[in-house]
Structures are given as structure tokens and as C-alpha cells.
Design a protein around this ligand. Sequence first.
Ligand code: ZN
Ligand code: ZN
Length: 113
Amino acid sequence: MSKNNDVPQAYVKQEEGYRIKALRLYPWVCGRCAREFEYSNLRELTVHHVDHNHSNNPEDGSNWELLCIYCHDNEHNKYHEHIMYGGSTTDRKVEAATHSPFADLKAMLNKSK
Ligand SMILES: [Zn+2]
Ligand SMILES: [Zn+2]
């Protein structure tokens, strides 16, 4: 890999590798609403994993899609509905949400009595 790319070095350091690769590979345009991005608002352009598996990062970019944060949200809302109706996922966020969040709450309520 050469260093001949157009992504600022400071940016490269703080982002995950696949994001940088995707930004090099694809034009900075949202794949849903076609909004265009530049350095100043690049924060709002996110890399979506087409199969929702964040560890599936093929070098050819076939599992990546650049989406603005709004369209990305929509994409994930759809996916979560799918899960509720019997799909399955390895998504970490979902695991965190199902990790009995009320156990601690109950303990707190008992204490405050
Ligand atoms: Zn969009
Ligand atoms: Zn995504």
C-alpha cells in the first residue's frame, strides 16, 4: 500500500481501518439520499456493513456502503425490526440491550426504600 491517498493523516489515525479503506474506495456520497460530503462534514458519512457483520471486511469493499448518519439510522431501524420478528444477529449493540438492564435498577430501588 502506498501513502498516496487523499484522506488526511490525522483522520486516518482516529478511525477504524475499514472506514478509511471504504473512503478511499468509494466517492463520498450517501448511497441512499445522494448527499455529497467533504472533509468538513465527513463525520456524518458512515460506513455501513451490508450484511451487518462488522468483522466481515473484504478488501474489495463488497460489504461496505457509505451512508450518511440519517440513512444509516434508517437502515439499522429496518434491521432491528427484522430481528424482533425472528431474525438473528451478532450485533454488539443488540447484545448489550438484551443484557438484563433491569437487574441493577431493581437493586437501586430496593436500596432507596
Ligand atoms: Zn443519506
Ligand atoms: Zn450499518
